[in-house]
Design a protein around this ligand. Structure first.
Ligand SMILES: [Fe+2]
Length: 400
């Protein structure tokens, strides 16, 4: 989706002779979506992007998918999954999945392998740390609070500076801003909560030398490890509307109202059969009789995932939900604020919170790492049945 971008050296006319200093032709590559009918970019390689010398099966760690049955709301504490030293891509720990998307978490301090996801776009949310995303399109520096969209089949790797924490949404199609934020030609409209000025892309090409370079490819039939004759980061220039891009959650401008605004007011991205929303620090409802927390609600067509990534949760110490927590409120279950939260919120003018939501339109299964970090008492907390055990969980009152 993002707007047209041009980086490095490209010929004045597409599909024409563009020669290297030694007189040989650069190898032109079109990378495009939906056949030749959607966004694309043209890249100019020093070597053929088709030059592979080996293709082998790669077997990643296997995670089973377990249905959320019997049906329960869930709470996972991702910070229990710390695994420093792992690869930020191949070391992802899968939490929730359906046939449209998969949600994972990674704690990493090592450079990743070179990787291509040929199944769909990825949305990374950098919870903590700093990193560089290196790809055939160049370098992109990212920091905590950044969303990074990696289009399908872009070859990339992640270079952490220290330890990073990432929440990952892998789609089976394309992820981008909601269509209602865009003009018919793709420009952000005035009512959109972010705009072109908030989007960052690679600014310079990156050129790596060397041969026999391995790239791990996730595709629709499994994982394959290609060995390329030449390093795939050999692009001297490119232009187009398809490239990795970043957007900081801190640049999301929240929309507020006299009464409670539902999650679509906070929507940030849409993907195939899911949406993503950002809950950011904001003034809250200002009707004289407003109740700033949400009403109990049952969005009957969605499983709702909320990742708590910032804000003042000290006041809830020991209550269950904490930084790094993920709640899953599935369709078939009515959820809402904790008992007493509506009364407590009356008169509050500002919520200091930061959360990422993923609403999927088909049920999510549970993967093994999620069960390893589950707070199993969460389901009963609205009934206050476990107050005496000290394990009662308190859902963030503003997002519910
Ligand atoms: Fe909700």
């Amino acid at each position: 989706m993002p707007y047209y971008r041009r980086v490095g050296e490209i010929p004045r006319k597409r599909h024409t002779q563009f020669r290297q200093p030694d007189g040989t032709l650069y190898a032109e590559e079109l990378m495009g979506q939906e056949g030749f009918s959607s966004d694309s970019s043209l890249l100019y390689h020093q070597h053929l992007p088709t030059g592979i010398v080996a293709s082998e099966v790669y077997q990643p760690p296997a995670w089973s998918r377990i249905p959320n049955h019997p049906l329960k709301p869930r709470h996972f504490k991702t910070h229990k999954l710390d695994a420093p030293g792992s690869d930020p891509i191949l070391g992802r720990q899968h939490l929730l999945a359906n046939d449209d998307c998969r949600i994972s978490y990674a704690v990493s301090d090592q450079p990743s392998a070179l990787y291509r996801n040929a199944i769909g776009d990825e949305c990374l949310y950098l919870e903590a740390g700093e990193a560089t995303i290196e790809s055939t399109f160049g370098k992109l520096d990212v920091t905590s609070g950044d969303y990074i969209i990696i289009p399908t089949s872009v070859i990339y790797r992640i270079i952490p500076q220290g330890t990073i924490r990432t929440l990952v949404v892998e789609a089976t199609g394309h992820i981008g801003p909601p269509k209602r934020y865009l003009s018919v030609r793709g420009q952000f409209l005035e009512h959109a909560p972010y705009s072109e000025r908030d989007i960052r892309g690679p600014a310079e090409p990156m050129l790596e030398t060397g041969g026999d370079v391995e790239v791990h490819v996730q595709h629709r039939r499994g994982w394959t490890r290609f060995t390329y004759a030449h390093h795939p980061f050999d692009v001297v220039g490119w232009d187009g509307c398809l490239y990795p891009w970043a957007f900081s959650i801190h640049d999301f401008e929240p929309l507020t109202g006299r009464v409670h605004q539902p999650p679509p007011a906070h929507q940030t991205f849409e993907g195939p059969n899911f949406v993503m929303c950002s809950f950011v620090p904001r003034k809250v409802d200002y009707h004289p009789l407003a109740i700033p927390v949400p009403y109990n609600h049952h969005n009957v067509d969605s499983d709702e995932v909320l990742f708590y990534t910032g804000g003042n949760y000290e006041a809830r110490k020991g209550s269950g939900i904490e930084l790094g927590s993920i709640s899953l409120h599935p369709s078939g279950f009515t959820h809402g604020p904790q008992p007493g939260a509506p009364e407590a919120a009356i008169g509050v003018e500002f919520f200091d919170e930061l959360a990422v939501m993923v609403d999927t339109f088909r049920p999510l299964d549970l993967c093994e790492p999620a069960l390893e970090c589950e707070d199993t008492g969460y389901a009963w907390t609205w009934a206050r049945r476990q107050l005496d055990t000290g394990s009662i969980s308190e859902v963030d009152p503003s997002t519910g």
